[in-house]
Write a new protein. Structure first.
Length: 370
């Protein structure tokens, strides 16, 4: 695919500007409609009511960008936008009325059907994970696995959205990585979509975590609408980029690009099953919760998680570009996942290591400012 860098830069800058404008319009509307996140004594400790306008703004900006630059006549784009609209609608209802787990799952399942059946995006091959050739799935297995993958990634992103800037920063990594890999393939639509979403997230981060000179901006959150939209978009791009006759990257590369959300989901789910707790019950065992208890500051957690996500993505991209054997990449991913599980969810000895590391960083920080 021939890249017009000037046009691409124009698209990204216009998308970012559009998101800024939409945020200014959507934020007061969200407050008026009661779409705000209120602090409580259990899991939400922010100050005051915070408008849940970020996800809505990112979605609208993405939809406008896709329709304006790509058009909505292509089937894969038509059904992606339809599925995105529906998942944002479900997210808004959840933000407003706190839907039951069953209602959310029904909505997310409908979304997965739109992606699989409508957009014809499904996991038909897992690649050569074990060195015995490509693992090809029959239509029924491909359908079920894709539905499961869509549900898993949507909820993985939703669960990771527990700290200012965390999900937004982590989401940019797979979006930018997939976009770069798709530039050299026959996937112009998916490439541009991934970059449009990434550029739409940046203005949200300005309002969410702030930058120098942004003190007068109203703080906003993504909300469930935003976290589920980002999860859906990432899994759609990971599947469409790794499947078909012409692929931008191998399926195992998609694991590296989305490593942090997937590892967090897998370890937390396994822990809940082990404790015989309901899988969808909220708790404080996610990655950012563990790091907070260890003594890391919020800025340190954001930097640490973002750096880890970026490192995994770089390994995936370089491995893809270098033509590394898929079994080797898969084995390395499993090894990293094992280290993550032991370090983050291991017994007291590993938690003492995290506490020691946090204390070391904080002592160094105090020394620098003393």
């Amino acid at each position: 695919m021939q890249v017009d860098w000037v046009l691409l830069l124009q698209v990204l800058l216009l998308t970012a500007f559009t998101t800024f404008v939409i945020i200014e319009f959507v934020t007061p509307l969200a407050v008026k409609l009661g779409l705000v996140d209120r602090p409580n004594n259990t899991r939400k400790h922010h100050v005051g009511d915070v408008p849940l306008a970020g996800g809505i703004a990112v979605f609208i900006s993405t939809a406008v960008g896709c329709i304006f630059w790509l058009g909505a006549s292509v089937d894969i784009m038509k059904f992606y936008l339809l599925a995105s609209s529906f998942v944002v609608f479900v997210g808004i209802l959840d933000d407003k009325y706190e839907l039951s787990v069953r209602a959310r799952l029904v909505g997310q399942t409908i979304v997965s059907f739109l992606i699989v059946v409508g957009a014809q995006t499904h996991l038909s091959s897992l690649g050569d994970l074990f060195g015995f050739g490509d693992i090809t799935l029959n239509p029924s297995a491909a359908f079920l696995l894709t539905v499961f993958a869509v549900l898993a990634v949507i909820n993985a992103f939703n669960m990771l959205d527990g700290m200012d800037g965390l999900l937004g920063c982590v989401s940019i990594v797979p979006l930018m990585s997939a976009g770069l890999l798709m530039m050299n393939s026959a996937m112009p639509y998916q490439c541009l979509v991934s970059l449009i979403i990434a550029s739409a997230i940046v203005p949200f981060l300005v309002y969410n975590i702030g930058v120098p000179g942004s003190k007068n901006l109203t703080k906003i959150f993504l909300g469930d609408a935003g976290s589920m939209f980002l999860g859906l978009s990432v899994v759609f791009l990971m599947i469409s980029g790794s499947q078909g006759e012409q692929v931008a990257f191998n399926p195992v590369t998609a694991l590296w690009l989305t490593a942090i959300p997937l590892m967090d989901l897998a370890t937390v789910t396994a822990r809940r099953i082990y404790k015989r707790s309901p899988i969808f019950n909220a708790d404080k065992e996610h990655l950012h919760h563990v790091l907070m208890r260890a003594g890391f500051t919020r800025k340190q957690i954001l930097l640490l998680v973002m750096s880890s996500s970026l490192l995994f993505a770089v390994i995936g991209v370089l491995g893809q570009k270098a033509g590394m054997p898929e079994p080797l990449m898969f084995g390395a991913f499993l090894a990293c996942f094992g280290c993550y599980a032991v370090l983050i969810h291991g017994r007291i000895r590993q938690h003492k290591f995290l506490t020691f590391l946090a204390g070391l960083l904080n002592r160094r920080r105090q020394t620098e400012f003393s």
